[in-house]
Design a protein around this ligand. Structure first.
Ligand code: RIB
Ligand code: CA
Length: 314
């Protein structure tokens, strides 16, 4: 039985690969995709979500969520990493599908799903906080929030020394989720920086020559992240998605996590309590990654996706 998921996302180069992986994985069923402002503005993230859904022939609804953080006005997008349009300049056909109001869509999908829903949040958590505030009893029905965000141990931040982009962009929203009391898996930079992916790791996909291969080749080449010597970069969001498809990819520790949302130097920091001193554990924190297993999953699934989209193979 595929696990029903909602993807909350700010596509975004690595978001795009995560959505492709979800579309290619029979272990999950995408109930809906909800866009949020983050890497680039909502006008682009929503359009990119719709165009990706068209490319991947997804029949699920797509929603437009928050156009900015709950309250902060001192955080900005990441066009220097994802390009002005959010996809490194890659041009997908403009979608004509109607977009729904994102938070009501998310609430409806959770309420109407016959099975408990996993929300995979791979952008800033503004939509998640709005869902919690506007539909608290619905949000409590979520089986688990699997988020790409934060960091601990050897990698705390990529936007400031203390904060990762998704959490830094809206720390108040993140604090709301971590204090809500529903199961959370946190896939932070300490894990995603282990999961570097470059063209050398996707041989089957890139040999397939289909629409997914063409787009992924462009995305990898244009993803100005980490400045690795090769074209390798941390595929943050597809690691979070992969953890839902195959939980054995991650090793996690059950720890207490809260978010600093007022610090002058530390706003957006995920404060992970490895000492067990500040409170009851509320989060499964990714500590280690089976990188070979992750890369194999990505290459095999995305190459199969291309074959299915181009109608080759049986
Ligand atoms: O810090 C990495 C995260 O921020 C990823 O989700 C990336 O897409 C950006 O949203
Ligand atoms: Ca993202």
């Amino acid at each position: 039985m595929p696990r029903p998921i909602i993807i909350d996302t700010d596509p975004g180069i690595d978001d795009a690969l995560a959505i492709m992986l979800a579309a290619a994985s029979p272990e999950v069923k995408i109930l809906g995709i909800v866009a949020v402002a983050g890497n680039v503005g909502l006008e682009h993230t929503a359009a990119n979500a719709a165009s990706l859904a068209d490319l991947l022939r997804l029949t699920c609804p797509v929603g437009r969520g928050a156009s900015g953080p709950l309250w902060r006005r001192d955080t900005s997008s990441a066009t220097e990493v994802h390009g002005t349009n959010g996809l490194g300049g890659y041009q997908l056909p403009t979608s004509t599908r109607p977009l729904e109001a994102g938070i009501p869509l998310c609430a409806r999908l959770i309420e109407t799903s016959p099975e408990p829903v996993t929300v995979v949040a791979i952008g800033p958590l503004t939509n998640i906080a709005l869902l919690i505030n506007q539909h608290p009893e619905t949000a409590r029905k979520v089986e688990r929030f699997v988020i790409m965000g934060g960091g601990t141990l050897d990698v705390l931040g990529n936007t400031t020394p203390a904060a990762e982009f998704n959490i830094y962009y809206d720390p108040d929203a993140a604090a709301c989720l971590f204090n809500f009391g529903v199961p959370i898996t946190m896939v932070g930079l300490n894990a995603t920086h282990q999961a570097l992916v470059g063209s050398a790791h996707l041989p089957r996909l890139l040999a397939s020559g289909g629409p997914v291969a063409k787009m992924v080749a462009h995305l990898i080449a244009s993803y100005h992240e980490n400045h690795q010597p090769s074209d390798e970069s941390a595929q943050h969001d597809s690691l979070a998605l992969a953890a839902v498809v195959d939980p054995s990819i991650l090793t996690t520790s059950h720890l207490h996590v809260d978010v600093e949302n007022i610090g002058r130097l530390t706003a957006g920091m995920t404060v992970v309590d490895h000492l067990g001193r500040t409170g009851k554990p509320n989060c499964d924190v990714a500590i280690d990654v089976n990188v070979t297993q992750f890369r194999e999953l990505l290459d095999s699934r995305l190459s199969q996706l291309d074959i299915s989209l181009t109608g080759q193979g049986g």
